[in-house]
Design a protein around this ligand. Structure first.
Ligand code: ADP
Ligand code: AIR
Ligand code: ASP
Length: 335
């Protein structure tokens, strides 16, 4: 365990970095200072440092558990993380699920539209230039800060992280609108997810009310900035509790349930396959058949503490993947 030193090597807009007695390890101190629009707007958010360090610790752990390598070692105080030192690739890797921020400004489109597919984009990490949006050619051939192989790797890690975050946050009633990641390489040349994962670099909206629970409250002077950060900390802690209780890590007290999910096209939705079969049956002489619908059955086993928990999880699975709630009905049988 490295002894932490007091020598600051870098003081950024929101964090101070300190060396430790291990040259490959640093200490990141999260401050309460807040900036926006590349530091044109400045302020303080009470207890932001503690909240962001703690949320980052939880989310880096979530990434590690899901197979994404990060710079995170451990949280050593409310405001501080021990991290592996990396050489930061000067790119802001932005993932978007819902339109907001600079995307709306650049394209003149409304905030809040769900994107057809998640978008990954790269900006140049340079405040003086206003973090300009980059093309692959700019990155590879003008800036020469990454090649195709690294960019492909970063893109696939960013999309994987997006799936992990979306799943985690929807469980606590939060939509992940967009976020910014930074990557770097450690002393062995290994690519690691670095910097922070917090309401400073994510847009979080309450899933029911669309209330903004992130730095946009500060950027847009929406008020109750501190409350939003505290609310996100609460939700992340809540999500992490149920993660510990999730089947892969829980103790073996829980029961295995058999689940059968039946998915059928809704009554008022056209079902060409059903119509064709009904017609074929009729031509075979089965004339009394009507309202034939063809669907699918999904069966599986699940570890849970109660049928109520199974119902909750499977309902969510149906809404998110197994059925298309717009055109399909589903029913769940639990044994
Ligand atoms: P900024 O530099 O944009 O003002 P911060 O105040 O958050 O941002 O400062 C933290 C700085 O540390 C960032 O520039 C970030 O790229 C860098 N950084 C993040 N993680 C690591 C790491 N593991 N090793 C080295 N530098 C890092
Ligand atoms: N971001 C970009 N630069 C700095 C940060 N924190 C984050 C924003 C937002 C996402 O990247 O917090 O979550 C996209 O930002 P924008 O402004 O490009 O729409
Ligand atoms: N992180 C940048 C800044 O502090 C951009 C932003 O968050 O708006 O200015």
């Amino acid at each position: 365990m490295p002894v932490v030193s007091t020598k600051p090597v870098y003081s950024g807009k929101a964090k101070d970095l300190f060396e430790t007695d291990d040259p490959s390890v640093m200490r990141a101190y999260f401050r309460d200072s807040a900036t926006a629009f590349n530091a044109q707007k400045k302020g303080e958010i009470h207890d932001k440092g503690k909240v962001n360090a703690t949320i980052s610790a939880y989310l880096f752990e979530l990434c590690e558990k899901s197979g994404i390598k990060t710079h995170f070692i451990k949280q050593i105080s409310e405001n501080e993380l021990l991290i592996k030192k990396v050489k930061i690739i000067p790119l802001e890797v932005i993932v978007r699920n819902i339109t907001a921020g600079s995307l709306c400004k650049r394209l003149g489109i409304k905030e809040g539209k769900i994107l057809k597919n998640p978008i990954v984009e790269f900006s140049y990490k340079d405040d003086a230039l206003g973090d300009p949006l980059l093309t692959r050619a700019y990155i590879k051939d003008a800036l020469e800060v990454a090649d195709d192989k690294i960019l492909d790797e970063i893109t696939s890690l960013a999309l994987k992280a997006n799936e992990i975050f979306k799943e985690f946050f929807i469980g606590v009633g939060i939509k992940v609108v967009d976020f910014k990641l930074e990557f770097g390489t450690d002393k062995n040349g290994e690519l690691l997810l670095a910097d922070e994962l917090s309401p400073d670099n994510f847009r979080f909206w309450d899933a029911k009310t669309n209330e903004k629970l992130d730095k946009d409250r500060f950027r847009q002077d929406l008020g109750n900035v501190e409350g939003a950060y505290q609310e996100m900390l609460k939700r992340v802690k809540e999500g992490s509790k149920s993660l510990i209780a999730s089947p892969s890590v829980r103790n073996n007290k829980s029961t295995k349930y058999s689940v059968k999910v039946q998915v059928l096209p809704k009554k008022d939705i056209l079902d060409p396959q059903g119509q064709a079969v009904e017609k074929a049956l009729s031509s075979l002489g089965y004339k009394d058949i009507s309202e034939l619908r063809i669907g699918k059955e999904v069966v599986f086993k699940i570890d849970a503490d109660s049928p109520a928990e199974v119902k909750k999880i499977v309902n969510e699975m149906c809404e998110r993947l197994l059925a298309n709630p717009v055109i399909e009905d589903f029913s769940i049988e639990i044994k």
